[in-house]
Design a protein around this ligand. Structure first.
Ligand code: NAD
Length: 286
């Protein structure tokens, strides 16, 4: 078998194309959607991510603003910045780029973002809405994975899904989203015994671990759909390597998201989607 490649760039372009008329309508009738990105300090990886986000805004006609407090900022001062953004009516989404410096209480910062401006979907109120399957901003990477499965018409209902990873950003939300689509979901993690055996049950296997090529051929049931969320540095410190052994996935899976080019491109697209949806909600034309 040779797996069908699930092309994240193709899905991203579809999502962005569908957002354009919505942005145009908002801009013509009210104002463009607005996203504020708070980038504390000058972590090079975070700077690259933020550049990608502000560029996507520019391409779509979304107003974006970058706020760059110094790495030494206190929790109180950062909370002040967020409160200011919460108050501003032209800002629909607030994204605080993580990781934050050690002296900052990340939990308090996360809680300070107004839930209707939390375009990352990380606020506990939005996480509660996810658990209860109530509409609210969803975490971008997991929401992107569901979009990819939907647009490739990969059935989820009744399928056995196994998620490796239980992070708040990827593992837990994708498990819940798959559950809401009526998959039978197993969540595996670093303490799971017989990991390969658990994974071999999966019709849909999602790897969100952060360990290069941990998922080998013993993990993959022939014909499974394999979603590789991992974005790890290559052995030479350059390039991107997934959590899945690509050769094994290509040989055994029915469909597979490559790294790069699979899940990666979807995160920013879903951030844009969350920002436009927030603007529609704020401007009452959703
Ligand atoms: P994390 O470190 O917060 O969580 C990793 C999870 O993997 C943990 O729940 C842990 O229990 C599990 N794990 C670790 N070692 C394991 C092992 N040996 N066996 C089984 N489970 C194990 O990471 P995260 O933020 O969820 O990110 C996971 C990966 O996804 C990373 O490579 C990250 O770069 C990538 N990622 C990609 C995107 C994107 O494509 N846009 C977005 C977010 C994260």
């Amino acid at each position: 078998m040779s797996a069908k490649i699930l092309d994240g760039k193709w899905v991203r372009e579809q999502i962005l194309a569908e957002l354009r008329p919505r942005v145009a309508k908002l801009t013509a009738s009210h104002r463009p959607p607005g996203l504020a990105v708070v980038l504390v300090g000058n972590d090079p990886a975070s700077e690259i991510y933020v550049r990608g986000k502000t560029k996507a805004c520019g391409d779509l006609g979304i107003y974006s603003e970058k706020i760059t407090p110094p790495a030494t900022i206190s929790t109180g001062d950062l909370l002040g910045i967020i409160e200011g953004l919460n108050q501003r009516s032209e800002i629909d989404g607030i994204l605080v780029q993580v990781p934050l410096p050690k002296q900052v209480d990340s939990r308090r910062v996360l809680l300070a973002v107004k839930p209707d401006k939390d375009v990352d979907g990380f606020h506990p109120m939005n996480v509660g809405s996810l658990v209860a399957n109530i509409p609210a901003p969803r975490a971008c990477t997991p929401a992107g994975i569901i979009e990819l499965l939907r647009r490739y018409e990969i059935p989820i209902a009744g399928k056995k899904a196994v998620v490796i990873g239980r992070s708040d950003i990827v593992g837990k939300p994708i498990a819940l989203l798959l559950l809401h689509q009526s998959a039978t979901v197993t969540i595996c993690h670093s303490k799971t015994s017989n990991l390969a055996e658990e994974c071999r049950r999966a019709d849909i296997l999602v790897a969100a671990i952060g360990k290069p090529r941990l998922v080998t051929r013993e993990f993959i049931r022939p014909g499974a759909v394999v979603i590789d969320v991992g974005q790890n540095r290559g052995p030479d410190g350059k390039g991107l390597v997934g959590d899945v052994d690509a050769e094994a996935a290509l040989e055994l899976a029915s469909a597979y998201t490559p790294v790069p080019g699979g899940v990666g491109p979807l995160t920013i697209a879903m951030l844009m989607a969350n920002t436009v949806a927030a603007a529609e909600q704020h401007l009452c034309c959703g």
